[in-house]
Write a protein that binds this ligand. Structure first.
Ligand code: SF4
Ligand SMILES: [Zn+2]
Length: 174
């Protein structure tokens, strides 16, 4: 069962934050949104999935946009990663269902049934599809998080959820 913060920890986090969002904006400044009459979230700074605890030190008081930004852009490999973040995890593309390189050797997202490529991922030229395959999002990630992940390049190392696709797009159309 996933452990959650106690009511006391949440109250203390809100007090520490003085009711203002503790999230960091992309310019590095604190968000400071006033959450007195708005929904707020309590976020595990180090995700529980990789050993973050329920202490006050590991609890951030966040507005909804800051929480979404953190969990979708920065946490996803951690959420779904069993072990500590390591070199492989850092090779992850945000949006992958699991960190890179944990799938079958030499397989890539391009060959995976979950990789959401479409014909329009190819660039048409003179009526023929050709050129590099554009990045696509991962349907496994969608299933697991109920969110559309960032697009993953076709040559990203396969993750452990890899399933062989029947239709593997060639890098260049013939
Ligand atoms: S290998 Fe498949 S399941 Fe894993 S991230 Fe790539 S497309 Fe998604
Ligand atoms: Zn915020």
């Amino acid at each position: 069962m996933r452990l959650e913060f106690s009511k006391r920890t949440m109250r203390e986090a809100r007090e520490r934050a003085e009711g203002l969002c503790e999230g960091l904006l992309s310019n590095g400044e604190r968000c400071n949104a006033n959450l007195a009459h708005k929904p707020c979230h309590f976020d595990h700074i180090i995700p529980a999935a990789i050993g973050g605890d329920n202490s006050l030190q590991n609890c951030a008081f966040l507005c909804v946009p800051c929480h979404l930004e953190k969990t979708t852009k920065r946490d996803i490999q951690d959420h779904l990663t069993a072990g500590p973040v390591d070199t492989l995890a850092r090779a992850t593309h945000p949006g992958m269902a699991h960190f890179a390189g944990t799938g079958p050797a030499l397989k890539t997202c391009r060959e995976c049934a979950f990789w959401n490529h479409k014909l329009y991922d190819y660039r048409a030229k003179n009526g023929k599809w050709r050129g590099l395959i554009l990045p696509a999002d991962c349907n496994k990630y969608r299933q697991m998080t109920q969110r559309v992940g960032d697009k993953i390049p076709d040559d990203a190392a396969a993750c452990k959820y890899f399933e062989q696709s029947e239709h593997v797009p060639a890098r260049y159309a013939k």
